[in-house]
Design a protein around this ligand. Structure first.
Ligand SMILES: *[C@@H]1O[C@H](CO)[C@@H](O)[C@H](O)[C@H]1NC(C)=O
Ligand SMILES: *[C@@H]1O[C@H](CO)[C@@H](O)[C@H](O)[C@H]1NC(C)=O
Ligand SMILES: [Zn+2]
Length: 469
């Protein structure tokens, strides 16, 4: 009946209905969802038209994912793409050329965060941004991060094809070095955008495994960046009105439950701690048990204490891991004279996580005393605050999923992403899509193009809605 109306009009009317639906009907809808377990659709007749006009070019998108995966230092199906390597530079020019083909104006900052902007009718307003990363740890897969960059570009094309005209500008961001592989700093690009001074300072001193400084490595990749350029990258809170990230779940829940879309409500944040105990060591035969001060056993006892303190938090969302436990000298017939632990603990509640850290520190002190070893290091290496996603963005994503007839589920991101840092300067939201067995950071990582296309559609509708707000 309304099919003779031009598409832009349909999409606009759809979007204003989304806005109305999300505010007025929210309470009822939630109750019905909780009751039925399935999302209900507030205005099926009026809203069903435009979402179905959004068409994702699945063949093209899959081809781009495969082409990008070919810029790798290890053979397929694995992907290895390290910051500022030759392959990273090639991948970056590939992304820039796709942005240009999509009609976006492309800009790069001092460290190589890449921005592709579609100017809105009111380009002076804060823009709506979306993006992720394309760097890949050694022998990983081709979807982590990539889906959020190439998918974001496809979302722009989807909206263009539908005839949509943004009010606020829309922007795709490719962040530099989400992975800590080369310089030990994760989310390097987004931390700098978020204005974290400590990262700008740390970059003065960091070197990679070959003793190359950050600045030399950047220069080698064509970024002639200097210390003073870094603080110029810091964003203000007026830069973006919203930031969204599309990402594979990197966990098994969506696939197991057969749900198409995960809408993230909070991102857990890690704290990492380095601990060192020192004892006297000695011969494994000659030194009798009462005379020992075994640094290895102190480490073992602390590892168990970490587990205990995490379990005591009372929340399933608190986790703790001793991923590194090294003993010195590391010989079968030698009592460990030194031990080194690295502890990662995460939560979506900062206070709860910090309580765990305090308890770990108390235990380390107590264990050292009881065993007569020295606690020679207890260093909290980083302690990032968790982030909550913005209620209005969560809402827009839920409504978009419903009108695309996609099942969705609210969930927590237990891994962290560039979004964790973008949340410091912008309201933030994340969309998860299922991935095979939850695999990530290995060559078996896989997401079907149908699932990716679903994520792209939810992203496109949400971007459109936020651009008109
Ligand atoms: C969603 O399902 C309804 C009812 O089956 C249908 O009318 C509508 O076209 C569907 N919308 C989309 C975007 O597929
Ligand atoms: C690393 O490079 C710096 C500066 O060029 C030099 O002073 C230092 O000795 C080097 N370190 C190693 C381990 O090679
Ligand atoms: Zn990622």
């Amino acid at each position: 009946m309304t099919s003779n109306l031009p598409r832009p009009f349909l999409l606009l009317s759809f979007l204003s209905l989304i806005a109305a639906a999300s505010y007025e009907e929210d309470a009822t809808r939630r109750t019905m969802e909780e009751f039925s377990g399935y999302p209900t659709s507030p205005h099926p007749s009026a809203l069903s038209l435009s979402p179905s006009s959004l068409s994702v070019d699945m063949v093209g998108l899959q081809r781009q994912i495969d082409e990008l995966a070919a810029f790798s230092d290890t053979p397929a199906p694995s992907v290895t793409r390290i910051l500022y390597s030759e392959k990273d530079v090639l991948a970056r020019s590939y992304i820039k050329s796709l942005m240009e083909e999509a009609g976006l104006s492309v800009r790069e900052d001092a460290v190589g965060n890449i921005f592709g902007r579609w100017n809105g009718a009111e380009a002076g307003l804060a823009a709506v941004a979306t993006g992720s990363h394309i760097d890949a740890i050694p022998y990983s897969g081709k979807y982590d991060g990539v889906v959020g960059v190439l998918g974001a570009l496809e979302a722009m094309r989807v909206l263009r094809r539908s005839g949509f005209q943004p009010r606020r500008s829309l922007e795709v961001i490719m962040f530099t070095s989400e992975e800590p592989t080369r310089f030990g700093i994760s989310c390097l690009g987004s931390r700098l955008l978020a204005g974290i001074e400590a990262v700008a300072n740390a970059l003065k001193h960091v070197v990679d495994g070959q003793n190359n400084s950050f600045f030399d490595a950047a220069k080698g990749a064509g970024y002639d960046v200097h210390q003073e350029d870094l603080s110029n990258m810091f964003l203000t809170k007026e830069s973006y009105s919203a930031f969204l990230e599309l990402h594979i779940e990197q966990g098994p829940i969506l696939e197991q439950e057969g749900v198409s879309i995960g809408i993230v409500t909070a991102i857990a944040a890690p704290a990492s701690i380095k601990v060192e105990f020192e004892g006297n060591g000695g011969h494994a035969g000659a030194v009798l048990m009462p005379a020992r001060n075994d640094a290895g056993l102190a480490a073992a006892e602390l590892a168990l204490a970490v587990e205990k303190h995490v379990m005591e938090s009372g929340s399933i969302d608190t986790v703790g891991t001793v991923g590194i436990l090294e003993l010195h000298p590391g010989a079968i017939n030698s009592i460990p004279s030194k031990s080194h632990l690295e502890i990662d603990t995460r939560d979506i509640d900062e206070k709860r996580r910090n309580t765990v850290i305090e308890k770990i520190q108390q235990s380390a002190t107590r264990i050292a005393k009881a065993r007569g070893v020295k606690l020679s290091q207890f260093e909290i290496v980083n302690q990032d605050p968790p982030a909550l996603c913005e209620g209005s963005i969560i809402n827009a994503m839920e409504v978009a999923s419903q009108h695309l007839n996609l099942t969705h589920k609210l969930m927590i991101s237990r891994a962290y992403h560039d979004s964790l840092f973008m949340a410091r300067v912008s309201p933030m939201g994340m969309i998860f899509i299922p991935c095979y067995k939850g695999y990530s950071h290995k060559p078996e990582e896989y997401a079907s193009i149908e699932d990716i296309a679903n994520g792209v559609k939810v992203l496109a509708l949400t971007l459109a809605k936020l651009s008109l707000d």
